[in-house]
Unconditional design. Structure first.
Length: 616
């Protein structure tokens, strides 16, 4: 049985993990390098880059609220595009997040040297070991540490902005764009990776309370706040330092702080930078370690990685493996080049994310039910794909070659290890099924999505749910009169209730003649009382052409038939109330009429939002 992770993280944790994952080298090192490419218009490049990130944030928020499971990118890429794409996406995500976390620890070096002299790799390795241990004892502890780190970081950045703003020199903003307007767009691509950490939160979705609310809200709040901070810090830094100094600085924020608050400002901003790099590393370990867990659950990696510690409810082997890779990267690898490859892989994953939304929407899967739906579909997804494609083209051929080699390694792993073990239905097959009008699927994905919804919405089955699971579901293709319909239904219910079909038909007709059971146009709930004790049954009916209940009303397409004994009166009323709640959903009629089979009809009822009475 699949071992579950605890849902322990709230909105503040989501916000701090996402924000902490973003604010590091993109703010404390890149402004100097980027300024050499664009000049004083640097802050506009940061703003533009934040807009390029919006489509992916919306797409990821939709996918994660539909499928809040560990593994984020891997999980929804594999469910939309299949195991091959899942292996590539999962390994790419793990590789890029792990390397960026390792790079963040190494990146502290230039700032540590401003306040003390320590062996850089020794300190980075020690911090890596600390965060491995922290993550092993529980994500809540790691998240609390992240909240403290990000709170201190944001306080330092606000100190920098408010104290630095009065000291800026207006003349340093001219010429505003010395390399032309095009340089603003090109530099936006260069600094775009500063926003790459935002979507790390998707990989820990399984451990977030109320993911339907907290994930999209946390990601959007983080993007807005961090985007504003990036732009303000870039604007203030440009006004504090001369371009000749800024363009050659690897510690631009600390250098700028020196100009208005001396050595004290340098120390504060150096500490802020260290907090930023450390928080990025912590967020990286939290996020990256969930990918081996998710892939192992799907048999794409050895079963060792799916094991969850019984005491701390953490994926300990996955965390140790990720931490060991980071330590090896810190000690042995030239990280700068590999991080460029990791950046390209992240952009590729952003493209996959936007494609995944299009596939899942067009699959028309009944149980694909995101709590957050991306606005402006599909235009914003297409814009995201084109924008990220532009950024990929800007990365250069050599980096593209290295990325291709890593993707090739993922394909080799799939062919020789995963293919024989993983057989998975995915959304793209459903799209092809719709195009060809031919049945190609078995319902495996719909069943999995159903289980995810039950877990996400914390649905506790009541007696009505159990009854629906056992109920007769009729999908009628032909037109029927009222009496023909009751005769058809009675033939299915008679054996379950131990009553003659003719008698049941007669009771239905008598009840209808006393008072019609059409609740609203298109919906009827015929319900009768029979003799005996402890009997109750439901029949769900979709009449594609319609049932003519009377000459005065339009054909009825949705019919819930209830039959019970007199001692079940209280439950009878509860069942009527449950159906009324379900049918009030504004999307109910469309879902009911477009469901592809009887199981999808049943799932509409089982997964509906309504008041439940557990155990009754």
């Amino acid at each position: 049985m699949e071992e579950k992770l605890k849902r322990e993280l709230g909105l503040l944790d989501v916000f701090c993990i996402a924000s902490g994952a973003m604010i590091s080298s993109g703010l404390f090192i890149l402004p100097g390098i980027a300024s050499a490419k664009v000049g004083p218009a640097l802050f506009l490049s940061y703003i533009l880059a934040s807009f390029i990130a919006i489509p992916t944030v919306f797409s990821k928020a939709e996918l994660v609220t539909a499928m809040p499971r560990a593994g984020g990118d891997y999980f929804y890429i594999s469910r939309s595009m299949g195991s091959v794409a899942g292996v590539i996406g999962g390994l790419s995500s793990w590789f890029s997040l792990s390397l960026k976390a390792a790079f963040a620890l190494i990146g502290m070096a230039v700032y540590v040297e401003l306040i003390a002299h320590f062996p850089v790799k020794t300190m980075a390795a020690a911090l890596c070991l600390f965060f491995i241990a922290l993550n092993l004892v529980g994500i809540k502890q790691a998240a609390r540490t992240q909240v403290v780190l990000v709170s201190g970081l944001l306080a330092a950045l606000l100190f920098y902005i408010f104290l630095g703003f009065p000291s800026i020199h207006i003349e340093r903003y001219t010429p505003f764009a010395p390399f032309g307007i095009a340089s603003i767009f090109a530099t936006a691509g260069f600094v775009f990776i500063s926003y790459g950490g935002l979507t790390k939160i998707a990989s820990i979705a399984e451990e977030i309370r109320d993911p339907a609310r907290n994930i999209p809200l946390g990601m959007i709040l983080s993007l807005v706040l961090v985007g504003i901070l990036y732009a303000l810090v870039a604007f203030v830094t440009t006004g504090l330092l001369a371009q000749e100094q800024l363009q050659y600085s690897l510690t631009p924020i600390s250098d700028a702080a020196r100009s208005f608050s001396g050595t004290g400002g340098v120390v504060i901003m150096a500490l802020a930078a260290i907090l930023a790099f450390v928080s990025t590393a912590n967020a990286g370990i939290i996020s990256a370690s969930r990918y081996p867990l998710a892939m192992s659950r799907d048999k794409l990696l050895p079963g060792l990685f799916e094991k969850v510690n019984s005491r701390f409810a953490t994926p300990h082997y996955s965390i140790l493996f990720t931490g060991a890779f980071m330590l090896a990267a810190i000690v042995f690898l030239k990280l700068e080049l590999l991080v460029k490859v990791a950046s390209q892989l992240l952009i590729l994953l952003f493209i996959f994310t936007n494609i995944a939304v299009i596939i899942m929407r067009e699959s028309k899967l009944q149980n694909y039910q995101p709590k957050f739906r991306s606005p402006l579909y599909p235009g914003i997804q297409i814009l995201g794909i084109v924008g990220c494609g532009f950024l990929l083209a800007e990365m250069g051929r050599f980096i593209l070659l290295l990325s291709s080699l890593l993707i090739g390694a993922g394909l080799v792993w799939y062919l020789f290890y995963a293919r024989a073990r993983a057989r998975r239905e995915f959304g793209l097959i459903h799209v092809i099924e719709r195009i060809l009008n031919k049945e190609l699927t078995s319902g495996q994905l719909a069943k999995e999505l159903k289980g995810i919804i039950r877990e996400r919405d914390e649905i506790v089955e009541d007696r009505f749910d159990h009854l629906i699971k056992e109920s007769v579901v009729l999908d009628l293709e032909r037109s029927l009169s009222r009496d023909e319909f009751f005769k058809e239904v009675s033939s299915f219910l008679a054996a379950k209730l131990g009553i003659e079909p003719e008698k049941l038909t007669k009771l239905f007709i008598q009840r209808e003649e006393e008072s019609h059971t059409i609740i609203r146009p298109g919906l009827a709930i015929p319900h009768i009382i029979i003799e005996g004790r402890h009997k109750f049954s439901v029949c769900l009916v979709r009449a594609r052409v319609g049932v003519a209940f009377s000459e005065d009303s339009p054909p009825v397409h949705t019919i819930f038939v209830l039959v019970g004994t007199r001692d079940e009166r209280n439950f009878h009323l509860r069942a009527l109330a449950a159906i009324a709640q379900i049918a009030q959903d504004k999307e109910f009629d469309e879902k009911w009429l477009t469901a592809r089979n009887s199981e999808e009809l049943r799932d509409i009822i089982l997964l509906a939002e309504r008041k439940r009475f557990a155990g009754k």
